[in-house]
Design a binder for this molecule. Sequence first.
Ligand SMILES: Cc1cc2nc3c(=O)[nH]c(=O)nc-3n(C[C@H](O)[C@H](O)[C@H](O)COP(=O)(O)OP(=O)(O)OC[C@H]3O[C@@H](n4cnc5c(N)ncnc54)[C@H](O)[C@@H]3O)c2cc1C
Length: 392
Amino acid sequence: MGVATMDLSFTPEQGAWRREVRDFLDRELPSKYEFQTDYEERDEYWDFAVQFTKKVGARGWIGLTWPKEVGGQARPPIDSAIMVDEFDYRAAPLVNAIGHGLAGGTILKFGSPEQKRRFIPGILQTETIWVEGLTEPNAGSDLASLETRAVRDGDDWLINGQKTFTTWGHRGDVMYLAARTNPHAPKHKGITIFCLDMKQRGVTLQPLFNLGGGRQNHVFFDNVRVPGDMVIGEEDHGWYCIMNSFYGRGGGSMGGRVRRMFDKMVKFCQETQRNGRPLSKDPVVRMQLTELALTVECMKLLGWEGLSRAEHGGPEEFGGSMASVISKDSSPRFAQTCMEILGPLGQLQGGPWAPLAGEVDKFYRQSFGNHAGGTPQIKRVVAATRGLGLPR
Ligand SMILES: Cc1cc2nc3c(=O)[nH]c(=O)nc-3n(C[C@H](O)[C@H](O)[C@H](O)COP(=O)(O)OP(=O)(O)OC[C@H]3O[C@@H](n4cnc5c(N)ncnc54)[C@H](O)[C@@H]3O)c2cc1C
């Protein structure tokens, strides 16, 4: 009887690509600037991140998988995943995630030739920072209930309403805005996507600081004018755009961030003495490290599996959502276990007594921000209904 095998190795070309990415990071990323752009508010860090992202763009790596005719490199998704994995591991501060992902993806699929000419180069060169305008005070998981209104006014549209939780809102140039254009249609069918200039009159921001050290925003629209050619895709078909560009895709994180934390924890335990021996010799700590290793391995394998499903025509939502559930559910537990190993000093955010310079405390606080992009419960619903085909 034949035995089914899985080949989890990379090709020599993929290995060479990984090394090229690593070399780039070694050259261009001082350890001081290894940070999460959504949890760091100092301008100096943001400015570094923008310059760093421009260098990534100059190598053609922002549009790595995009078609050549729009300035991309038409490389396979696995090359992008290898790059993301290396960037995650080093906490490389790549800005404009919404431009590279949601907005870029929608414009490439549904945008007019003029919109592609107008917006894609700005994304590739990090000249235009995009933000995501989906969530509202009464529309989070149930996004289709959104109430921000867009009403025609001649050739333009007038926008009124509010978005909330807008990450990078105070840094952004353009919002990928979902607004209701037809209040009489079923709720999924009356939504349209607009490119909204964040710097214009009628847009007001209020900060919303989070536990992890980052800032989201409430964004208010008071008769904000958007030209008619700033609608992406068809009027009233915005839901379709969002689902097609965003929803539980494979090829997300392969757990690079937790792998990095795990490696640091192992080194810390080998180098730190407690009760006359290295922490790594303590049987309880060894058990805790094993738990961490299991999480790292699960995230890694589910991440690559999601990508593989996407590449082989399987239901992408299943793989992507499974990886997401594991990552979102395990991150707080992973961070908690790290904190338990460090003991009370782990809560120090800096100074000479803070183990690992307070990095674990930061990781712990940020690990609870797992609602962004959909909560683990909603990812489970997606995996069940769209991936496994279970009834709603
Ligand atoms: C750090 C951070 C950054 C964010 N950035 C952005 C951004 O840039 N742009 C943007 O538009 N939004 C952003 N969000 C918002 C995010 O998308 C929403 O928080 C998320 O969609 C959940 O919506 P909600 O917070 O309104 O929670 P709710 O939808 O009110 O959910 C509350 C709880 O109920 C559960 N729940 C809800 N419905 C169901 C169901 N059907 N079955 C089972 N459980 C359910 C949820 O899982 C959750 O635990 C961000 C959020 C965070 C935390």
